[in-house]
Structure formats: C-alpha cells, structure tokens
Write a protein that binds this ligand. Structure first.
Ligand SMILES: [Zn+2]
Length: 426
C-alpha cells in the first residue's frame, strides 16, 4: 500500500499564545500555544505550535507550501473573526445633528414629526446614486473589518420601494473582502406615501417586492413593534417570504412587548433580534422553537434605554448572538468590540459568553454555523489577531481597537492594524 499523498497548505498561523477555537459546547476551546494550517481558504489543521511538523489530515500528512502565507501571531491571542449578524449598513445622509438633539432631551417622535428620523434617511437614500451607495458601503465595510468583523449581515430597508430596495441590496454586495449575508427588510417602516395605509404597504411587500428580490436577498426580516408593524402584518411578510424560499428573521420586542418573539417561535425564524422586552414566556418559546436570540447592546447604549435580558437567554439555553445593529438612527458603530464590552458590563455576560455570541453565535443567527464563527478543520479560515495576549483584554481595554490582524479565507486583510492594499484586490 502506498503512503497517502501529503496535503499541501498555503496558509500557516503560528505562535498564538491563546488560540480560541470556539469548538465545543460551552467553553472557548482554547489551545495554548496554538497554530493553524489552511488550504484554499479552509482550515485543515488546528493544534499546538510544537506539533505543526507532525500535522495530519485524517491519515494524510500535511505539508506547508514553500510560498505559503505565514502569519506569526508572536504571542498574541487569536480568535475567529467576528460575525456581525445584524446591520443596516447601506444608507445615505447623516443624522449626527439629531443625536445631539436627543442627548439634549428632544424625543424621537418630535424629531420624526419635524421631518427627521428614518424618513430623512429614506429620502437621502432614495436620492443617492448606485455609485454613492456603493462607495459609502465600501468605506463602512473597511471600518467593520479593521475592527475584526469578517462577516456582515446587511439589511435593506431605507428604500421602501422595489427599485430603491434593489439598489440598496446591490450596494450591499459591493466588491469587498468582508463576507456578506443579505436580508430584505422592506417592511422596516411605513413610508410617508403610505401613511395610514400600512396594510396596503404590506400588500406591496408581499406581492411585488418579495417575489422580485428572491435570490437577491437570502433572508427576509420585518420590524414587528409599536409604531412599525403588527403581529398580523409581520406574519404575512414572514409566511410569504418562507413560501418564496427566504429564511426568516424578525425585529421583535425592542420598543415594547409586541408579540414579535412569539411570532418568531410560531413561524420558526432563524433569529429574533432586539428582545429588550422579552419575558420568560417568550424566552421559553424561542428555546423550544430553536430560534437564535440576537442582542444589540449598542442600540440600548445609544438610546440610553434598557438592555435585553441576555443573561436569561443564556441561562435558558438559547443560542445567543451579539451584533452591532449598525444604523444611522440608533447605533452608529461598526465595532463588535464595543458590543462585547457592553454585553459584559450591562448584560452581565461572562467574557467567554460574549465572545462566543460575537463569533459562533453570530454564525448561528445567519444559518452559517457549519462554516463560520469557529476555528476547526473544514471551516473558513477567518480569524483575528489581537494586540493583546489574552481574550480577557477585550471588554477590559475598552474604547480602543484591539485588532491587529485580520484574515479572511486564508488571506491577510489587515496587517499590523493597517488595511490591506486595495490594488491587490482589484
Ligand atoms: Zn435593526
């Protein structure tokens, strides 16, 4: 019998003081003194640095190609790239002035009545050219990746008519190394031209937009809350979306106990997001239905309001994801490290729980746990090298960027804290 042919790797990471694999059910799956080998963007082997020379894939020995990319972690902590499972990244215009007004006590309702708020973002986004939206999105994706995010879910929802929603989804798919998962959120808000005719707008979403955007977006989402859509209207969107082959998500129980979480359990959504007002009854229903809970502490921080009971989610056995909710109105922040720091301080998560939620939890909220969010053979080689020796620094050393290196699909994207050279991508 001949010896099995060696597997030749084109990427090697060495000398991680801590390699957080997120493999296993509870802990971080830490390999002390870790190394990792990959080929064609997929991880082949994970183990102790001293065992690199003896690495094997099943029975085949693993070799390192002479021209392999070598990342020397030099004693730093390495973990999977963050998976940000909830963002509204594509929009035009700024609302910095409104934030300042809100800090001074002006209510969102007053701002909205004066022509501000989400209507202002919708108007600016409808007016923006495809090129402008693509440029804005690319710059924001640069910020996400510099802060360690390797996969971003992006929702539409500032167009609210078919062509504008289509342009937003096209911009969301702009060429960029960060992985994207696209979600159609046509039922984000009732646009001004449908004032007092929310049911007719839902007709438009279900009959025109959802069929037309099939295959463009993978998920459909709906804002089920006071001031947005009712449970009945939300159910119509999610059921119609499911029939057309979309996976489903829901903005639930953010502003009030709206019935959204129960609807998520009933429809079998992949995730229910926000859940600030979720009670034990809702948490139990989500657990039984296998719905991933997505907590968005940056939004609570920006609004100066309550935080989701994420401690209860974990204690109940729910899979938890942390995300930024990056958007111009209530969470203008691309940095998952901020979400982690807030989750530890304000939601009483342990550091390990917050890190799992920011990586493998995010992947579960996108139906991608089989390939993203953890470091194991067969998974995508998406990882970050911290400017820190241990993961405990992440919530502790807050307000600065602790990401020194980012690798996506086995390619270095950020090196020594600096972005990749864009020429090399085009
Ligand atoms: Zn949202």
């Amino acid at each position: 019998m001949s010896d099995p042919k060696p597997l030749v790797c084109d990427f090697v990471l060495r000398h991680a003081r801590e390699l957080l694999t997120m493999n296993g059910d509870d802990a971080l799956g830490i390999v002390d003194g870790g190394a990792l080998l990959a080929r064609d963007g997929r991880i082949v082997w994970v183990g102790h640095d001293g065992d690199v020379g003896r690495a094997a894939d099943d029975d085949a020995p693993v070799q390192i190609a002479d021209d392999a990319i070598v990342v020397d972690a030099a004693g730093a902590c390495v973990l999977p790239g963050f998976v940000d499972a909830h963002t509204h990244t594509v929009f035009a215009g700024s609302r910095a002035d409104e934030y300042e007004e809100r800090l001074q006590g002006r209510s969102y309702e007053e701002i909205l009545a004066a022509g501000g708020g989400i209507n202002r973002t919708v108007a600016a986004t409808r007016d923006a050219s495809p090129q402008t939206l693509a440029d804005l999105t690319r710059r924001r994706l640069d910020a996400f990746v510099r802060h360690g995010t390797t996969t971003v879910e992006i929702k539409s929802g500032y167009g609210l008519d078919l062509e504008s929603e289509r342009r937003i989804l096209a911009a969301a798919a702009v060429a960029h190394p960060v992985r994207r998962v696209l979600t159609f959120l046509g039922a984000h808000f009732v646009p001004e031209e449908f004032d007092d005719r929310a049911d007719e707008f839902i007709d438009l979403v279900c009959e025109e937009m959802l069929p037309a955007l099939r295959g463009v977006a993978e998920f459909v989402d709906v804002f089920c809350d006071v001031g947005a859509f009712t449970v009945e209207q939300s159910r119509r969107v999610l059921v119609r979306g499911s029939e057309l082959g979309y996976a489903t998500k829901i903005h639930a129980d953010e502003l009030a106990r709206s019935g959204g979480a129960m609807l998520a359990a009933e429809v079998g959504c992949v995730s229910a997001d926000h859940l600030v007002h979720a009670t034990w009854e809702e948490i139990t229903a989500l657990k039984q239905a296998g719905v991933v809970a997505v907590a968005l502490p940056g939004t609570s921080f920006s609004l100066g309001g309550g935080y989701a009971p994420a401690r209860d989610f974990i204690d109940a056995g729910l899979t938890l994801a942390l995300a930024t909710d990056f958007n111009p109105g209530t969470s203008y922040c691309e940095n998952m490290q901020m979400a982690i720091a807030l989750a530890c301080q304000q939601m009483r998560l342990t550091v390990a729980e917050a890190l799992r939620a920011a990586t493998s939890g995010g992947a579960a909220a996108l139906g991608r746990a089989h390939e993203l969010g953890s470091l194991a053979p067969g998974k995508a080689c998406d990882l970050i090298v911290l400017a820190a020796e241990t993961h405990a620094e992440l919530p502790y050393h807050f307000g600065v960027n602790l990401v020194d290196g980012v690798v996506i699909g086995g390619r270095p994207i950020v090196v020594d804290g600096l972005p990749w050279r864009r020429e090399a991508d085009e």
